[in-house]
Design a protein around this ligand. Structure first.
Ligand code: SAM
Length: 275
């Protein structure tokens, strides 16, 4: 009974939120593939949107909402796997009167079903979940398979923009952009310094306050690779520096990996001394 009570309100709150802000949520997004801009243009005589940008893994939508407020001629589609995040993001769209921000509950791997070839001008990846373990690497939004999907939906000249506090995820991502035949047009080890006017995502705000510097890149598809083959190390542990004693900032989501590695190395060092 207690357990039931404990669970009910949470579920209820989610359902209620999704319902309250449903005007900004698209629950049948596949039906819009190829027609997002036309379908979302308000019926008040305004011109169709000049660009479509996708905020993939948008979280609670702070970045997408701020971007949409700044650029009313651009259509923003925020996608997240977590319905509760979509509910919060939709609240921002509705309360901010942002008719150029649509939220979609979906996985990043569906991106080539949600959009038609050439329909998307920019794919934004702000602080994507790192999934540090090798066996989870396929879930990273910068995994080779994902980057190949982005290629199909990007318009000519379209780009992918990545920001992350994680040097291992950033270095892994560089290998993936290379394998997927992208060309870097921007690469930074201090994205806030280099692009100070970009809206801040919620994770950027939170992690910068904890001492993170933000790595950033922008990449455009070059000629398609002849062979698409994964040759990179998939465990993010492999991208950490050898000496972890002086690692002053541990990237978000990698606390366990760093602790395990530190313990392992300490044990090895002890073993060597004893042996
Ligand atoms: C660390 S948060 C970053 C949120 C936001 N972009 C920010 O910078 O504040 C990562 C978000 O990505 C979402 N996510 C992770 N993997 C995903 C996937 N494969 N498809 C869609 N969303 C995903 C999570 O639900 C989470 O909301």
């Amino acid at each position: 009974m207690h357990a039931l009570h404990a669970r009910l309100p949470k579920h209820f709150v989610l359902e209620e939120r999704l319902e309250r802000y449903r005007d900004a949520i698209e629950t049948d997004p596949r039906s819009y593939a190829g027609a997002w801009r036309e379908a979302c243009t308000p019926l008040d005589g305004r011109q169709a949107f000049r660009e479509l940008r996708v905020d993939l893994g948008c979280g609670k939508g702070g970045f997408a909402a701020e971007s949409a407020a700044r650029e009313p001629n651009v259509l923003f589609v925020g996608i997240d796997a977590e319905p509760i995040c979509i509910a919060y993001a939709a609240q921002k769209a509705v309360e901010g009167g942002l008719d150029n921000l649509v939220l979609v509950p979906a996985l990043g791997s569906a991106v080539d079903e949600l959009f038609s070839p050439g329909e998307v001008d920019r794919i934004i990846l702000n602080f994507p979940t790192p999934f540090p373990k090798k066996r989870d690497a396929w879930q990273r939004l910068t995994h080779l398979d994902q980057l190949m999907r982005y290629r199909t939906v990007l318009a000519p000249g379209g780009s992918v923009v990545l920001k992350t506090d994680s040097q291992p995820l950033f270095d892994f991502s560089l290998t993936q952009f290379d394998l997927a035949g992208y060309r870097l047009t921007w690469r930074s080890s201090d994205a806030r310094r280099d692009r100070p006017d970009d809206p801040m995502s919620w994770y950027e705000e939170r992690l910068s306050a904890q001492g993170a510097t933000v790595f950033g890149l922008e990449a455009v598809p070059g000629p398609a690779p002849e062979h698409v083959e994964q040759t990179a190390e998939l465990s993010l542990a492999e991208y950490l520096p050898q000496d972890l004693t002086n690692l002053s900032y541990v990237p978000h989501g990698m606390e366990g990996t760093v602790t395990n590695l530190r313990n392992l190395r300490a044990k090895r060092a002890m073993g060597k001394r004893e042996g």
